[in-house]
Design a protein around this ligand. Structure first.
Ligand code: ISE
Length: 339
């Protein structure tokens, strides 16, 4: 890569997330350009590439990675396609930003981790974008400062207006709670050792048969408890909130109080309607940090280990949801590359 030239990125997956990243790289992030786009749907790839000068469209991710001017890969295809794409990127030793989940289960995440270790250096940043959200960053800094003492509990609420048609009860864990799994590990610096999933009556607002909402309890190896209310058909807004309860105080984020109005005998504000609005700044900073890191010759941020640990916890969570009870999480020893 010529360091004076913009970093050429192949975006794999041109659905909602991929198209949003293409727009971000093209219009918001400095120092990078979209050099290629791939999607199983050729028309979709072409439609996204058409607006960008010099960008080629592909249906095969491997062809997009070897297109002219490609220095790095952003993976935004569905989770089950990630393993093959990541292994192909490793063959060309290209840095990758991989949207969550790294892969859908722990066994495939382990295979990816082994392949990355064989390269001898980190190549993957996993797209756990909350680590770049200004409120989460402040909460993490406060907890790390020790000012409030040891964190004992984390209460999380994660609400979506409505779930997409393809959403299953297990996806509330693997697609949605996956974020709280990573946020808990990152904020507390603990691994999650066991998962319990409680199921209140399903909301009449949820599609027939969907176990929504769910209440998930994560136990950490540092003795903390992190609970997550996940409610993906709450109907009224997109809310992600977290409250840390520590030995000497509490700290809470996500109340959305950026603008509060008082008028005509009422007070109030607005609630975001989806994650692209709530986490716009986080996504921008995540991709910017990835691009800047590559230009310095580094890969930082959530690693393949973090993607693997999240996959293992979510797998245990799905077993807890289906079988009930408390399910322990089995993690391999952390390889040196990720220490
Ligand atoms: C979606 O995949 C996301 O990543 C969103 O952040 C989350 O709120 C939503 O529940 C998921 O389906």
């Amino acid at each position: 890569m010529n360091r004076r030239e913009p970093l050429g990125i192949a975006v794999i997956g041109a659905g909602r997330m991929g198209a949003d990243h293409v727009r971000r790289i093209d219009r918001t992030i400095g120092g990078a350009r979209v050099a290629a786009v791939a999607d199983v749907d050729a028309d979709r790839a072409e439609a996204v590439a058409a607006d960008i000068e010099g960008c080629t469209a592909h249906t095969d991710p491997a062809a997009a990675m070897t297109a002219p001017g490609v220095d790095a890969v952003l993976v935004a295809s569905p989770g089950p396609a990630h393993e093959a794409t990541l292994l192909a990127a490793f063959e060309h030793d290209l840095p990758v930003l991989c949207e969550k989940p790294l892969t859908p289960d722990a066994a495939s995440a382990l295979r990816v981790m082994e392949a990355e270790q064989a390269l001898g250096h980190r190549r993957v940043q996993v797209g756990f974008m909350r680590r770049y959200d200004a409120e989460y960053v402040r909460l993490k800094a406060l907890l790390d400062s020790g000012q409030l003492g040891r964190p004992l509990m984390l209460h999380n609420r994660h609400r979506n207006v409505a779930s997409p048609a393809f959403f299953t009860s297990a996806m509330l864990i693997t697609d949605s709670v996956a974020h709280e799994v990573d946020a808990t590990r990152w904020l507390l610096g603990h691994e999650i050792r066991a998962v319990t999933v409680l199921r209140p009556a399903a909301s009449a607002g949820a599609p027939e048969g969907l176990r929504d909402p769910q209440f998930v309890v994560l136990e950490t190896d540092g003795g903390a408890l992190s609970d997550v209310e996940i409610f993906v058909n709450c109907g009224f807004g997109y809310q992600v909130q977290a409250e840390a309860v520590c030995e000497r105080g509490t700290a809470r984020i996500g109340d959305g109080h950026a603008l509060v109005t008082h008028t005509a005998g009422r007070w109030g504000g607005t609630i975001a309607q989806d994650w692209s609005e709530r986490f716009a700044q986080a996504y921008d900073d995540e991709v910017r940090a990835w691009v800047d890191g590559i230009r310095r010759g580094e890969v930082t941020g959530p690693s393949t280990w973090d993607g693997y640990a999240a996959a293992a916890v979510c797998e245990a969570g799905v077993r807890a949801l289906e079988g009930g009870g408390r399910v322990e999480v089995d993690l391999v020893d952390k390889p040196d590359l990720y220490r």
